[in-house]
Design a protein around this ligand. Structure first.
Ligand code: CAA
Length: 686
């Protein structure tokens, strides 16, 4: 874990704790001993601290739930900073969180090109608790420090040099060790960041909070970060550190940080498939085929193009193909106009796209993804054609958001090569990828796409086959109840507001209007079976027709619609629904608790591998507030008994089809957290 080398007076401490060099208790102990030895050794004139492959990703997050064991990171930083010999941090890979704070405790910093330096604690609902909020502003000034600490975003080595966060850049990774030692030899004594002072106009902090008001609304950590940086400008280092610790400990125990840490772990756990063999060789994916050049097809293609993977995109008509390619080009140009991509990157990506009308052009693709109209007959036809043109071993995927992958796979002679890849719209932006595992999907096919998902920057979650998979299946009871509540007396604004206050990116009706009220509509204006049919019959298809559950102006601003009130009123009379006062509590039960109930059924049936996978789906695919940890995590925090009581109270209003999940009821009765392990423990009961 720790290696030390003496290079003619320069003492090099190399620490390595794979995979990310987290500063675990064992590593901290080793570091404290090595540094103390070097400081006491008269033969040593300077010290270099270097991480193995990467400097450090910071504190070991897995230790946060236990009492912290000494030496604390703060203690080591104190030893380093007060040391009488010059100490250099030699930084490569990542210097994040406590890793960067360790480097700030050193007197000088040298970084390899490509290094990322940042304080991402805020993303875990905490603040840099080992002096970061006190030393960073002293070193780089208040404004730059606020940017880094409150956004949590890392800076590059070049930027770090420009803002004074590092003193030198090494020529390359390989020469970092030698460059750091050479640098250490030139130094005559310590230079302590903690000795610097920093002042700022107090108005800066209020302005910063106001400028970022939307981003930090509802979040406690960014506000505490601002308060702690402010302390650095008015308090001594010692007092400022005490303030930082007080804020850190309060945040660490708070529900937001617990939820955010849950999601951090859940995202990584979701990538693990519990029943795959330990060693699976992956199929190479060098070229991708896309069937369908519509909005989804184009968006999906962009993920691969941006990652440097060539894509052949197919449509049946030349004009549809041209339109699809045009949309891809327009999206890339928009990114370039915003400065997110250079012209060269755009041209490189577009250069990898080959449009075609000919199925045989897909013959050498390693993965072919279908994104055509959501109809089983059409999908079967496409897959049967793909079966006849695709090379042996090619992976065949459907982007269906609800249909049976098993039925689609049966249209081919190679069901083991077939699975679902459910991207979310806009597919080039949304991080979630539901990977739908058919009954016969081969282990190496699954392993290959899980790996590929990360290559294109997606967060993959595995779902078994059921109608709507994990996400849309849980959406169903929410939307059904939201519509029923309108007939019973609620308004779209009332329901959406409950969801907005909860922290959802969009409420149920804002979401339908954006997605299109007409999705799944039978297109027969004389057949009105529900509220959505009635709206569609009036041409209220959502934002695209500037009218849906709300009216929209040219800037897509929504206002309540008197016409929708009339439509609801008519349907209420037609269905004989009694009008009554709808409480916020009823909205919460019928549109949020029902999702938890459906999630429990999904677990019970083995559709999701674990409860935390469901949380990842909702946070990354449906705008569930990250700081609430996802629906299943939230349910445990609310209390399952309360959820079951609420659902029982309103069960009669939710129609004959509503049933409580036996798993949810049992967990509530036995005071257990909802999870798959519970199912295993209760195997006999099911
Ligand atoms: N502590 C413990 N484990 C960590 C960790 C940390 N700080 N950072 C990552 N890991 C684990 C991951 O959980 C994952 O574990 P599994 O293999 O079991 O799934 C493994 O290391 C690899 O991580 P990734 O899959 O994320 O690897 P990556 O190469 O895609 O990304 C990374 C690497 C950029 C460092 C990313 O892991 C990351 O952002 N880590 C978190 C960094 C962070 O938030 N640091 C601040 C910690 S809090 C702190 O330091 C408090 C303080 O003020 C003292």
């Amino acid at each position: 874990m720790i290696e030390t080398h003496l290079h003619e007076g320069v003492f090099e401490v190399v620490f390595d704790n794979p995979p990310v060099n987290a500063l675990s208790a064992k590593l901290r102990t080793g570091l404290a001993v090595a540094v103390a030895d070097a400081l006491a050794d008269e033969a040593v004139t300077a010290i270099v601290l270097r991480g193995g492959k990467s400097f450090s990703a910071g504190a070991d997050i897995t230790e946060f739930d236990k009492p912290l064991s000494p030496p604390l990171l703060q203690d080591i930083i104190e030893i380093l900073e007060s040391g009488q010999k010059p100490i250099v941090a030699a930084i490569a890979g990542n210097a994040l969180g406590g890793g960067l704070e360790l480097a700030l405790g050193c007197h000088y910093r040298i970084a390899a090109p490509g290094t990322r330096l940042g304080l991402p604690e805020v993303l875990l609902g905490i603040l840099p608790g080992a002096g970061g909020t006190q030393r960073l502003p002293r070193l780089i000034g208040v404004e730059a420090a606020l940017d880094m600490i409150v956004s949590g975003a890392p800076v590059s080595a070049d930027k770090a040099l420009a803002i004074g966060l590092v003193d030198q850049l090494a020529s390359d990774n390989a020469s970092l060790a030698a460059d750091a030692i050479a640098y250490a030899r030139t130094l005559t004594g310590p230079r302590r960041t903690g000795d610097l002072t920093v002042s700022a106009d107090p108005a800066i902090f209020d302005k910063f909070a106001a400028d970022n008001a939307r981003k930090i609304a509802n979040l406690r950590a960014p506000k505490a970060c601002i308060e702690s940086v402010r302390a650095a400008t008015v308090l001594t280092l010692k007092e400022g550190l005490a303030k930082e610790t007080e804020l850190f400990l309060r945040l660490l125990k708070g529900d937001q940080s617990i939820a955010l840490r849950h999601i951090f772990a859940a995202e990584r756990t979701a990538a693990k498939i519990y029943d795959l063999p330990k060693v699976v060789s992956l199929r190479p994916i060098a070229k991708v085929g896309m069937v369908g050049a519509g909005t989804m097809g184009g968006g999906i293609a962009m993920n691969f193009l941006s990652a440097g993977v060539p894509v052949v995109i197919l449509d049946l008509q030349q004009d549809a193909l041209d339109r699809g390619v045009g949309v891809v080009r327009k999206n890339y140009d928009a990114s370039s106009a915003k400065g997110r991509l250079t012209n060269e990157q755009v041209e490189n990506a577009m250069g990898l796209l080959t449009p075609t009308l000919d199925f045989t052009a897909l013959a050498d693709c390693d993965l072919i993804i279908e994104a055509v109209y959501e109809s089983m007959d059409i999908k079967k036809e496409v897959f049967s054609r793909l079966d006849s043109v695709a090379k042996p071993g090619a992976i065949l995927a459907s982007n269906t958001s609800l249909l049976s992958i098993d039925e689609i796979a049966a249209a081919t002679g190679r069901p083991g090569d077939v699975l679902g890849l459910h991207f979310f719209s806009p597919a080039n932006v949304m991080k979630l990828l539901e990977v739908v595992r058919g009954a016969e999907t081969a282990a190496d096919v699954l392993a290959t796409v899980m790996n590929l998902a990360r290559r294109i920057g997606k967060v993959p979650v595995v779902s078994r086959v059921c109608y709507g998979f994990i996400g849309n299946r849980m959406l169903d009871p929410r939307q059904t109840n939201a519509e029923a509540l309108l007939l019973e007396g609620a308004t779209p604004t009332q329901i959406d507001r409950v969801h907005n206050h909860f922290g959802m990116a969009m409420g149920p009706f804002e979401m339908i209007d954006l997605a299109g009220v007409d999705i799944g509509w039978h297109r027969d204006p004389s057949r009105i079976e529900g509220l959505k049919d009635a709206l569609c019959a009036e041409g209220r298809w959502g934002q695209k027709t500037k009218a849906g559950f709300y009216d929209y102006d040219d800037r897509r601003k929504a206002t309540p619609s008197p016409l929708v009130c009339d439509i609801v009123e008519n349907l209420r009379k037609k269905t004989g629904t009694a009008l009554r006062e709808i409480s916020e509590e009823e909205i919460v039960v019928r549109t949020l608790y029902t999702m938890v109930n459906e999630g429990a059924k999904i677990l019970e049936e083995g559709i999701a591998q674990r409860a935390s996978d469901i949380d990842v789906v909702w946070v990354y695919g449906y705008g569930w507030p990250r700081y609430r940890g996802g629906p299943m995590f939230w349910a445990n925090q609310v209390g399952l008994k309360k959820i079951v009581d609420g659902l029982t109270r309103y069960a009669a209003r939710m129609g004959r089809n509503f049933t409580l999940s036996p798993l949810l009821v049992r967990c509530a009765q036995h005071d257990l957290a909802l999870d798959r392990s519970v199912i295993q423990e209760m195997q006999d009961a099911f």
